[in-house]
Structures are given as C-alpha cells and as structure tokens.
Write a protein that binds this ligand. Structure first.
Ligand code: IVH
Length: 686
C-alpha cells in the first residue's frame, strides 16, 4: 500500500511497521498519531463529517496502541487509546458539584410558555431580552471537568448536589474531547444521549442474548454510563452534547449563553447545531412547532425545547426558585402515540416475584423507536382497558417510561381473553394474589426469576448477616449455576468462590465463615430470611415466641397462625400459602439439613444476656432505629435509660452522637456500636 497523507491532519495514513521507525523518534510518532486521531474523532463524532474511512481510522488507533504497548511510558492521560475502557470498578465514588445541577420547570402548552415570558418581562422591569432555544435531549445530565487542557473528571447529576464519579466510563465517549485549548480549569455540563439506531441495535442484541430490552434510549444511556465496567460503556457508543461552560467555582464563563455555546464548539465539544436566538416568545413558540415536526427524523430522542435567557447578567437578576432557574423553561412535547394490534399477552416475572402482563404488539415506530412490547402492569389494568388479544390499541411513549397501552381503539374480529396463569411461567410455582394487592406473585422463594433477590434478602444485615455476599457475588453464583436455591449457599466450597471475579482465597474464606456462622443464628432470623410477604423481623419474633418451632409454623393452619400476637388474617394467609408451596417445603427441609436453627428458645426477660445492664442509646445507628435497639435490649433483659449517668453500663452510640457521648467519655462509661450490641445479645442466645 502506498503511503498517503491525510489532507485534514497531515498524517501519513499507511500504518508503519515497527522497524520503519528507525529515523523517526517513536514519541514523536505517538504524538502525531494522537493529534491525528483526536482530529478525526472530532470530525467524525462531533461534526459528523469524516475525512477518512473507518478502516483508516482504525489503523491509526491500532498503530498507536502497538506503540503504547511497546512503550507504556509514552501513554498520556489524554491518549485516545484509553477510550476503550479500563479496569472494572467496585463502585462509584460520590463527588460534590461545583454548583447545584438543577432541573427545569416545564411548560406543557404555549399558554404556559407565554405565562413564563410574562413573568420574565415583569421581573426584568420591561428591559430588552432575548432567548436562546435549544433542543431538550432526552438523556441524562453529566458534568465534565478539565484541568491543564486535559479531561480530568466526569460526574453524574446524582441528587443535584452530589453525583457519582463516572470518569473512566465517560472517557470512552468519543464526542467528549480528551484535550481542549483552554488550560485554566473549567467545567462543562451537558447531556449524555444514546442515538436511536445504536439503541435499536443494542436491544436486538440483548434480545438475542435473552437479556431484558431497555425501555428507551434514555434508560439505555443511564444503564450504559453507570456500569462498573468501562468496556461496556465503550461498546455502547454514547454521545455527549454540552450546553454550559463554568469556571472552577461553578460560575458561567461568559456573559452571553449564545457566546458560550459557540465557545464550547470551538473547544471541540459537541453542541447541538439546532440552536437559535429568539428575539421574543412568539418566535420561540413558532420554533417549538417547527422542531416538533422534525422530531421523528432526528437521530436521537428529544422531549421538548429549552428556552434560556441569553444574557447572563439578566439570568442573575432573575435568579432561582428552590428547584429551578427563573431564567429558563422546558417546553415539553406531548407523548407520542400510535395505533397497533395486540398479537399476544405474555407474563414476565420480576425480581420480587411479581407477575407483569406484557402486550406483544405488531411492531410500530413511535417517536422514531420501534415498539413491539408494552407493559400492562397487572390484571386490573387489563380489565380497566377491556383489552383482549387481537384488539387494536393506542400506545404511548413519553419520556423515560416504558411504552404503555392508553386504550382499546377497536376490538379484534377474533379476540382471546387473557387470564393470569395459576402457575409461575418461570418455575411452575404457585401464583398468589393477596387481598387488596394489584400484583400477583410467584411465591417460590427459589424461583429463578427472584432467586437473586431472595439470596440478597437472606444474606442481608439484620436477617442472616452473611457479610461479603453482595450483589456482584450473588450475580455470579446464580449465573454460573452454583446456587439454584438459597439452601445451596450452605454447600458452597471455598475453592468455588475463590475462582470467581473479584474474589480471592481470603475473601472466599471470609464469606464461607460468615455463611457457617449464620447456621447458629436464632430461629426468628431463619423465618425472616425466607422472605414471606408481611413477615418482617417483629412478626417473625412473635411467631417464634408463640410456636417455638419453625416446623410447627410451617404446618399451622390459618386459624392457628392467627393465635400468635399481632398476626391477622392477611399475614396468616400469606404464611400459609408460602408453606403450601412444595418448593418452599423442600427449601425448608434442606435448610434444616444444613443445620440452621429451627427451635426457638424464647429469650427470657429474666436471665437474658443483658440482664442487669443499663443502656443509653444515642445518634443514628446504621441499621436499627433507636426504637428497634431499645426493643432488642429490653427483650434480652436489659434496661434503657434516657440520660447517661454513673449507673449506665453502656452507651450505644451511632453517627452524630453528641452530648451523651461526651458525657459517657467523661464518666468513663463503655461506648459500643450497633454491631457490638448485636454481638452481646447473640452471645447468650446461641
Ligand atoms: S439546561 C438549570 N439544556 O433536561 C439548567 N437541560 O429538565 C438545567 N436537558 O436536567 C439544564 N437538554 O438533563 C438544559 N439543552 C438543554 C437540555 C437539558 C436536555 C435535560 C437536563 C436537565 C433536564 C431538565
């Protein structure tokens, strides 16, 4: 192949073999490659006007990768090769925003838009003002910080004051420049969006892999930015459109919003080309209508138009309400609706065992996205709609909600009514619909659809306290088929765990030890761990006090169950239905075989583990409320006093403990935390 020079960036396009570098300094070539890749990324991902073919671009990246692999010392923090996604992370660190990331007030009609304009005019004392109109892209907002001209940090909106550090994931977004001209630190804010074509492709792939589809591009964008593995974000091809430029303190860099958008574009950021200055609200109204007509032909989702006062001094004058600026408004477009036919209704089982009927539709494009499923929520909703299979319906997509059926527009010529199944479509377990509840649920605790949730509950604090058995581990245990029932936890071997991702011999031993320890926890914990609806910690203890034996609870009639304190018909029915289910009886038998506690030695007030001890409780405890803590202390024979004195044996202190903690320290009273208390209580009850 002949060496060619790219007219855009002047680089020699033919990939050079390693031994060709003899007369060229390798670091010079790496610099040149980075500069060239940056240029082409900007052309392709920001300006949508590529100058070279994909293959030529790939060749440049590959060459740089080879160079950097051979000479890791040459890797710079802004190298485009870092966009492929680095190591997975354990979680996201929380980071405070430089100034709050607020949301916008909405105008749902042109009248509301004009009313907003009237308020602005009044507040500005009839001074001249103009608006900048931008599309309201339906994604999620993110702040990106730059230092010394290099991308440094990306933070999600979070609660507006504090967001999550998603730097490594954001780095994989090709339209986010890794290097800019301005060297003084600054921050940009904008929207991470998923384009529709990429969204449809992703959903098609997920369907093939038997994974649940994303409901809309916005959810897909959120799901892709907040994954622990940057490689996944990289594969999803997100886009980042910016609309604010701020200094380090969170103040706007320019006096005109319009000017700041131009500046952002000149720095290499992607700024939506659909932006316009409007001299007055009528121009804005006309523009909103014009852009709405083009809505479906855009490559990404929008849900309205944002109007902002152009002059920053005027923005300052207008100020903010508690949740939104008074200088901007979002004109929201109506939800998009289309008619189609319901060809079938299937039932999905969620993580809590709740059954959701799903309408299968003749595929139809709504707002630029092909819709072939819509949620029907529950049985009552189907009744309310009067829907049967074969009917023509109006479906609606709006914002980030799952497409839904609005109403039946025409009954089908042949119609088939839908009935909720009596058996779970996933495991064959019993389906129960509690009185007064909309949802029908599978009550098999080991149903594969709810197994991960069941294990999470089983292991959680205050239940069987299996520390170290977190979501990531549960995910792997179930996906690899190592745990098909919560009882399987008791048969796991250290070696099986040590082989899993993010585990090692030490953490494996730790988890196994904690699983073993849970065998000794008192019976009410075991009962609570089963995840029976309406049976929380307190009910479990009352049932245990009354029956003293888990097997007796399992075989009790609804009437007998109601003999226990505070157990009414609803709770009794739920417990009875749970143990009627074969799978759950088998689970119980296996838990018994694994050595869990089935007999209850009711903690006696007389002679309990905390007999004769006085406690004072202060501060916020990690899991228990103060009331819970008091109840536990009293149940174990201890006393709880209001103030610390020389007679106090222990101060149970949580976070933000104040004067009581000081007093206890002065008097030399022992201070314990929640874990310490639980340990003291349990020591005697084992
Ligand atoms: S301005 C205080 N401009 O809409 C200023 N927001 O409902 C708030 N959004 O949280 C942001 N496109 O996620 C602004 N051109 C645009 C936008 C936009 C989409 C989102 C953003 C924001 C939400 C407000």
């Amino acid at each position: 192949m002949m060496a060619m020079r790219c007219s855009g960036c002047e680089i020699i396009l033919k990939p050079i073999e390693f031994n060709d570098y003899s007369d060229m300094h390798i670091s010079d070539r790496a610099d040149k490659l980075r500069e060239s890749i940056r240029h082409h990324e900007h052309q392709y991902y920001v300006l949508d006007s590529p100058e070279i073919t994909d293959a030529e671009y790939d060749a440049l990246v590959r060459e740089l990768q080879q160079l950097e692999t051979g000479h890791p010392e040459l890797i710079t923090p802004d190298s485009p090769t870092l966009r492929v996604g680095g190591k997975p992370r354990e979680g996201f660190q929380k980071i405070a925003h430089s100034s709050p990331m607020l949301s916008l007030d909405n105008a749902l009609s042109t009248e509301e838009l004009r009313a907003f304009d009237n308020r602005v005019r009044e507040l500005l004392g009839n001074a001249e003002y103009r608006y900048v109109a931008e599309l309201k892209m339906d994604g999620l907002s993110m702040a990106a910080r730059y230092r010394d001209g290099v991308f440094d940090l990306a933070i999600t909106r979070g609660d507006g004051s504090v967001g999550e550090d998603v730097t490594e994931n954001a780095r994989t977004i090709r339209s986010l420049p890794l290097r800019v001209h301005r060297r003084t630190p600054f921050e940009v804010r904008g929207e991470v969006v998923f384009n529709r074509r990429a969204f449809e492709r992703l959903n098609a792939e997920r369907e093939k892999d038997n994974l649940p589809r994303f409901a809309n591009p916005r959810n897909a964008a959120a799901g892709s930015l907040r994954v622990l593995e940057p490689g996944i974000t990289a594969s999803r091809r997100l886009d980042y459109y910016t609309y604010f430029a701020l200094d380090e303190e969170g103040k706007f860099l320019f006096d005109s919003h319009w000017e700041s958008l131009d500046w952002l574009a000149a720095q290499g950021f992607k700024v939506n080309p659909k932006r316009r200055v409007c001299a007055n609200v009528e121009e804005a109204v006309a523009l909103c209508a014009e852009w709405e007509a083009e809505r479906e032909s855009l490559p990404y989702e929008i849900d309205g138009v944002v109007l902002k006062i152009d002059s920053i001094p005027q923005q300052r004058q207008l100020g903010f309400t508690a949740r939104a600026p008074r200088w901007a408004i979002a004109f929201k477009y109506a939800a998009q609706q289309r008619e189609t036919t319901v060809v079938d209704i299937s039932v999905g089982v969620g993580r809590t065992g709740a059954l959701t009927p799903v309408a299968h539709l003749e595929p139809v494009v709504v707002g630029g996205v092909t819709v072939s499923r819509a949620t029907l929520h529950n049985e009552d909703e189907i009744g309310r709609l009067g829907l049967e299979i074969g009917d023509t319906v109006l479906i609606e997509r709006s914002g980030d909600v799952i497409p839904k059926v609005v109403r039946v527009t025409k009954q089908g010529e042949t119609r088939t009514p839908f009935h909720m199944p009596h058996e779970c479509p996933v495991c064959g377990g019993h389906i129960v619909r509690e009185e007064g509840e909309a949802a029908s649920r599978c009550i098999n605790a080991n149903c594969p659809a709810r197994l991960k949730e069941s294990i999470g509950h089983f292991a959680s604090r205050g239940v069987l306290n299996i520390d170290g058995l977190g979501d990531v581990l549960i995910e792997q245990l179930v996906d690899k088929g190592l745990v098909k029932s919560v009882a399987d936890l008791y048969y796991l071997k250290e070696a099986q765990l040590a082989d899993l991702d993010r585990m090692g011999p030490k953490s494996a031993a730790n988890v196994i030890r904690n699983i073993d320890r849970s065998r000794t926890l008192p019976m009410p914990r075991v009962l609570g761990a089963l995840g029976i609806r309406f049976v929380g910690e307190r009910t479990a203890e009352l049932l245990a006090d009354h029956f003293e034996d888990l097997d007796r609870i399992a075989s009790a009639t609804v009437d007998e169950l109601q003999q226990a304190q505070e157990v009414g018909p609803k709770v009794a029915e739920s417990i009875h239905a749970f143990f009627e289910e074969d799978h759950n009886r088998q689970l119980l038998a296996r838990l018994r075989a694994a050595g869990l506690q089935f007999k209850h030695n009711a903690p006696k007030r007389e002679g309990g583990t905390l007999q004769g001890m006085t406690f004072v409780v202060t501060g916020t405890l990690p899991n228990l409320t103060r009331e819970d803590a008091k109840a536990k202390i009293e149940a174990a024979g201890g006393k709880v006093a209001a103030a610390v004195s020389r007679k106090t044996n222990y101060l149970l202190a949580g976070e933000d403990a104040g004067s009581k903690l000081k007093k206890a320290q002065e008097l030399g009273v022992a201070v314990i935390d929640e874990a310490g208390l639980l340990e003291m209580i349990e020591k005697g009850t084992r």
